[in-house]
Design a protein around this ligand. Structure first.
Ligand code: PGA
Length: 254
């Protein structure tokens, strides 16, 4: 299984800034080992500029931060998986906690997106994670299991392991500078792995589980070396090419 090192730019960067930064990351990824992949989840408005800056054959793949579960139609403000494919995307994020919290996305709606995106030909990364209140209330397991059950409910049983990733992002660690501790990451990732094995049998062993939440160059290596951590999803620290490249190359000796 290849490790997946992913950048999530959220609502940052003009087209020009995005093209410059995407190029900067790509230039620094020459030494990315063959057993790692890198993906950039850029704002919709910057995808075409990033695709142009990267060109065909780039190591850095492109993804959308969201999609709507329909091929086309009267869905003002939304973007279809086909539109993402048309902008050279191979990946999409679904169910990011900011969308769940700020835009009211339900587990069921996230589940529709996940299945629709996969069926349309995109690789999907389903984001899950508990709030501090849920964790403190002993709800880690039920919350993650509910998000997984509903988020994956319509995903075909035979989806190949490379096409579906889970990103575990504890809400209290996102953008806060408070990275989850080793024991907390191990516990949550083991729980996700057990769920994937049950849901997808042997293929669930080979699906990637990313950690996200205040990943930085100085903690990335330690995080990716943990059991059941198969990559990272990086927000704030992905906005500078140098910083994200250091994370993508964490632990690779030069
Ligand atoms: P952060 O964001 O790295 O800024 O904590 C992670 C994410 O939201 O994907």
């Amino acid at each position: 299984m290849k490790m997946l090192m992913a950048a999530n730019w959220k609502m940052f960067k003009t087209r020009e800034e995005a093209a410059d930064c995407a190029r900067g990351i790509e230039n620094r990824l020459a030494g990315l080992p063959a057993d790692r992949e890198a993906v950039l989840f850029a704002p919709f408005t910057a995808l075409a500029a990033c695709a142009g800056a990267l060109g065909p054959g780039a190591r850095l793949r492109l993804g959308g931060q969201n999609c709507y579960p329909a091929a086309e139609g009267a869905f003002t403000g939304e973007i279809s998986p086909g539109m993402l494919l048309d902008c050279a995307c191979s990946h999409v994020l679904v169910g990011h906690s900011e969308r769940r919290a700020l835009l009211g996305e339900s587990d069921a709606f996230v589940g529709k997106k996940c299945a629709f995106a996969l069926n349309a030909g995109l690789n999907a990364t389903l984001c899950i994670g508990e709030t501090l209140k849920e964790r403190d209330g002993g709800m880690l397991r039920p919350v993650l299991e509910r998000q997984l059950a509903e988020g994956l409910s319509e995903v075909p049983d035979d989806v190949t392991s490379e096409r579906l990733c889970i990103a575990y992002e504890p809400v209290w660690a996102i953008g806060t500078g408070r990275v989850a501790g080793t024991a907390e990451i191990l516990e949550a990732h083991a729980l996700v792995r057990a769920f994937l094995r049950k849901r997808f049998t042997a293929r669930g062993n080979a699906m990637r589980i990313l950690y996200g939440g205040s990943v930085k160059p100085d903690n990335a290596e330690q995080i990716i070396n943990l059991d059941n951590v198969d990559g990272v999803l990086v927000g704030g620290a992905s906005l500078q090419a140098e910083t994200f490249a250091r994370i993508a190359l964490a632990g690779v000796s030069d």
